[in-house]
Write a protein that binds this ligand. Structure first.
Ligand SMILES: *Cc1c(COP(=O)(O)O)cnc(C)c1O
Length: 366
């Protein structure tokens, strides 16, 4: 028997989440963001669901080739644009739309030979200070691109730093609006957080919204709002089983560094899941976990291949009992990935993306 750990991808949940994202911006077109191998879910595994989007957005050119190989003929956008001049040949060959965020990318385009002119998304740095032209330089970039025979349609985009938090989007929205007011072209500014929290305003949702985490069932603004609050369902389950049980006496310790000491006699279960599977090593004692669908907690340090759980709430648990690290448990129980991430000091995005290659993945076609 293989080691009992397994991840399950739920395409039906992805389909429902995509519909949920559409309801947040009913008249906008929706990019399904599938970068990082569909946030760790596997582009091919989620394909039956994400193909219902209006466009596919990602970063890696090899992932773009995979999406075309799946038969996608619709819009396919490189969110960071090209990384070197010869990437433009692939853009021509695969009809990729690409972001333009710096002058070097415009230089490369002006030297590029192509039969079919490219559709580009000109990116503004409206305050995040990652990629894009500052508002004061945006028009000049637009003018340069407009003059190129290699370019046909120019769309306008920016990205928010605080759509999920108290600072909000208004300062960046004002910068974007101010510098683009009389420019033609379609516009795209929303990620999942902006879409869910602000998308009902027409001046925010605009022509295209870019949904990532929401499609995978994560709340972009956990813990202020949970995935359940947003009507999102988990698209990934990580499950394993108990492979050991220990009876502890008062003062007995668990795992490396003896980080947990039993305050009284207790039973613990040992789970075949560790940080080499993608479970966060920093998950402390108290991190939620389900055993046979019953909520309990991690105790002691997570090791490479194992972690320990408190069996007090599940006296019937024994070797072979099902353990849900995140996602859907037996009997309709759900453990949101965001809760595990929060306990470990990170976000659901990171846990999804970090699912380790050694974990076998199956698709739940139900
Ligand atoms: C990743 C990404 C998104 C999606 O963000 P989520 O928070 O996952 O919705 C949108 N736009 C850009 C430019 C991105 O890189």
């Amino acid at each position: 028997m293989p080691r009992p750990i397994q991840a399950t991808i739920h395409p039906a949940a992805l389909r429902a989440n995509l519909e949920r994202a559409r309801r947040a911006a009913p008249d906008a077109r929706l990019w399904a963001v599938v970068k990082a191998n569909a946030y760790g879910h596997g582009i091919e595994r989620v394909w039956s669901a994400v193909r219902a989007a209006d466009g596919i957005a990602l970063l890696d050119l090899d992932e773009a080739e995979r999406v075309r190989a799946l038969g996608w003929r619709g819009p396919l956008l490189l969110l960071e644009g090209v990384f070197e001049p010869r990437d433009l040949e692939l853009c021509s060959r695969l009809s990729l739309w690409h972001t333009v965020h710096c002058d070097a990318q415009i230089d490369w385009l002006s030297a590029h030979k192509t039969h079919a002119p490219h559709r580009v998304f000109l990116k503004m740095n409206s305050g995040m200070n990652r990629l894009g032209f500052a508002p004061g330089r945006f028009r000049a970039a637009f003018a340069r691109l407009s003059a190129l025979p290699q370019v046909d349609e120019i769309s306008l985009m920016t990205h928010f730093s605080d759509a999920d938090g108290p600072r909000g989007i208004s300062h960046q929205l004002a910068a974007f609006q101010g510098a683009t007011e009389d420019l033609p072209g379609e516009r795209s500014i929303c990620n999942s957080a902006a879409l869910l929290r602000h998308g009902l305003q027409a001046e925010v949702r605009l022509d295209w919204v870019r949904a990532g985490i929401a499609l995978y069932g994560g709340a972009p603004d956990h813990p202020e709002r949970t995935a359940g609050d947003w009507g999102l369902q988990p698209a990934m389950t990580l499950a394993s089983r108990l492979i050991g049980v220990q009876q502890l006496g008062e003062g007995d310790t668990v795992g490396y560094g003896s980080r947990f000491a039993a305050p009284a006699p207790m039973r613990i279960g040992v789970v075949a899941c560790g940080y080499a599977d993608g479970y966060p090593r920093h998950a402390p004692t108290g991190t939620p976990v389900l055993v046979d669908g019953v909520r309990t907690r991690v105790v002691g340090r997570v090791s490479m291949d194992m972690l320990a759980v408190d069996l007090a709430p599940v006296p019937g648990a024994a070797i072979g009992s099902e353990v849900t690290l995140w996602g859907r448990g037996p009997g309709g129980a759900v453990l949101p990935i965001d809760e595990v991430a929060e306990a470990a000091g990170t976000i659901g995005y990171e846990l999804m993306c970090a699912l380790a290659p050694r974990v076998p993945v199956v698709t739940d076609e139900a």
